[in-house]
Structure formats: C-alpha cells, structure tokens
Design a protein around this ligand. Structure first.
Ligand SMILES: Cc1cc2nc3c(=O)[nH]c(=O)nc-3n(C[C@H](O)[C@H](O)[C@H](O)COP(=O)(O)O)c2cc1C
Length: 152
C-alpha cells in the first residue's frame, strides 16, 4: 500500500480547521492509502523515505515559511538529498498578508531536492475565508487519488 505523508503546521483556530477537514476527507475518500498526518516538529527523514507522496501545509510568518516547517527541512535536507527524486508533492501556504517569501523558499528547496510539485503551490491569501478549507481539501485529495490510481 502506498503511503501519503502529510506534514501540517496548524498554529491557529483556522489552520486547525483546515487540518481537521483535510484529514477527514483523506480518510473518508481513500481506501487503499496509508495516510500519515504529522506536525513538522515530529516528522523525520525516515517518514519521508518511506513515503510515496507528500503534502505540506504551512503558514507564512515574518515573510518566511513557519519556523516549524523550516525546522523540518533544517533537520532532514541532507538525509533526503538525492534519495527521493521525483517524490510527488503538493503544498499549501496560509498567508494572512503575503505568501511570496514562503513560495520562493519552498520552490527553491523542492527544486534542490528534485521533488515533483504536481500542482502549483496554493496560497490561501488574505483575510480568512472558509473557501480555503475546500481549496486545501481539493489539493490533498488530488494527490491522494493520483497516488491510489497510480497516476503518481
Ligand atoms: C508573528 C506573525 C507573523 C506573521 N507574518 C506574516 C507574513 O509575513 N506574511 C503573511 O502573509 N502572513 C503573516 N502572518 C499571518 C499568518 O500567516 C496567519 O495568521 C496564519 O497563517 C494563520 O491564519 P489565520 O490567522 O487565518 O488563523 C503572521 C502572523 C503572525 C502571528
């Protein structure tokens, strides 16, 4: 069975809601996928080495990806370099004001690791909207269903 690792940083009520709804949808709408949900702080290189697909959900803080998400890459980058080329990945960024710094950083890291962004990075930008929940869910389900049906 393929494994989808979901690394979700959810430091607020709204981002927790996204995390919960995406988790529920992934569990409900898939039947042949091992879905693992973790916070960046508790995710290690081994979790990624064992994964067939990766979802990252992060916030932007201080014009940068959240420190939690950066900590994950700080700890794992060299253990993963050259080991998971082509890993299909989707990313959402919840950015109350901007988002461009995080997109730039993550694009650089993903390019360096030679992972494969299968959808454009989704930026949930500006004032909170319930539509962000649907957009993140659609993004996650797209990857999950692609993995299940061997598109990825
Ligand atoms: C300390 C701090 C710094 C922030 N810096 C940024 C920033 O640089 N760019 C941005 O788009 N949003 C920034 N935000 C807003 C967060 O992205 C937003 O609050 C977070 O994604 C949670 O979303 P929510 O407020 O809808 O729960 C910041 C929030 C905090 C608490």
């Amino acid at each position: 069975m393929k494994k989808l690792q979901c690394i979700i940083h959810a430091p607020s009520k709204n981002t927790l809601l996204i995390k919960q709804k995406v988790t529920d949808a992934l569990i409900e709408k898939t039947s042949n996928l091992d879905i693992s949900i973790s916070s960046p702080f508790e995710t290690n290189a081994k979790d990624i080495l064992e994964a067939d697909g990766l979802l990252i959900g992060t916030t932007e803080n201080l014009a940068s990806m959240a420190g939690a998400t950066k900590d994950f890459f700080d700890r794992t980058y060299y253990d993963l370099l050259g080991k998971k080329e082509g890993l299909p990945i989707v990313i959402w960024v919840r950015a109350g004001h901007d988002g461009t710094g995080t997109v730039k950083q993550l694009t650089g890291i993903i390019t360096g690791l030679r992972w494969k962004l299968v959808q454009k990075i989704l930026v949930c930008h500006g004032e909170w909207s319930k539509r962000f929940i649907d957009e993140c869910t659609e993004l996650g389900l797209g990857l999950a269903i692609g993995l299940e049906s061997n598109i990825y």
